[in-house]
Write a new protein. Structure first.
Length: 164
């Protein structure tokens, strides 16, 4: 099940955020683990039809992931993430942009909540301005892309066994 919510939140960022969630049929530890190693991320990260090439990867607080997403039309998108918080297996926070010096970076928090044998993953992204959020939605199809990314994650972890 997948849901998207751009409604009001108590943080006062509703007009600048995108919230996407999905219940994944796997334990939180396994879903969280899919974020911890580049060999996992490269197999599911991104919307349908995209592939990922990693230049460097350090999964730790203040570590960075420098990568290129290759679109199905052949377009390459330089991407950069710095992890700002890692709380296994419950939460990951990061800043995301085109590069370390990108003035338009945005912040994402991913929460992993156990739901019996499943995990509810909520991805909350906050942009610096409403206009940047709107551009991400309209020009880059961020809601559809985020929904597809979580679907790819669900499919990927469905084929994993713990500590693979």
């Amino acid at each position: 099940m997948s849901t998207t919510d751009q409604g009001a939140t108590p943080t006062g960022t509703a007009d600048r955020e995108i919230v996407i969630s999905r219940v994944i049929d796997a334990p939180a530890e396994l879903v969280f683990e899919a974020f911890t190693a580049v060999h996992h991320l490269s197999r599911w990260w991104g919307p349908e039809g995209f592939t990922t090439t990693t230049r460097s990867f350090e999964f730790r607080a203040d570590g960075e992931w420098d990568f290129v997403m290759h679109g199905p039309d052949g377009t390459d998108y330089s991407e950069w993430i710095t992890w700002t918080e890692i709380t296994p297996p419950a939460r990951i926070a990061f800043r995301h942009g085109e590069s370390r010096d990108d003035p338009n970076t945005f912040e994402t928090v991913i929460a992993f909540d156990s739901d019996g044998d499943a995990t509810r993953v909520e991805m909350r992204t906050v942009f610096p301005t409403r206009e940047q959020r709107d551009e991400a939605v309209e020009k880059y199809h961020a809601v559809d892309g985020g929904t597809q990314t979580l679907a790819n994650l669900a499919s990927y972890v469905g084929g994993l066994s713990p500590r693979e």
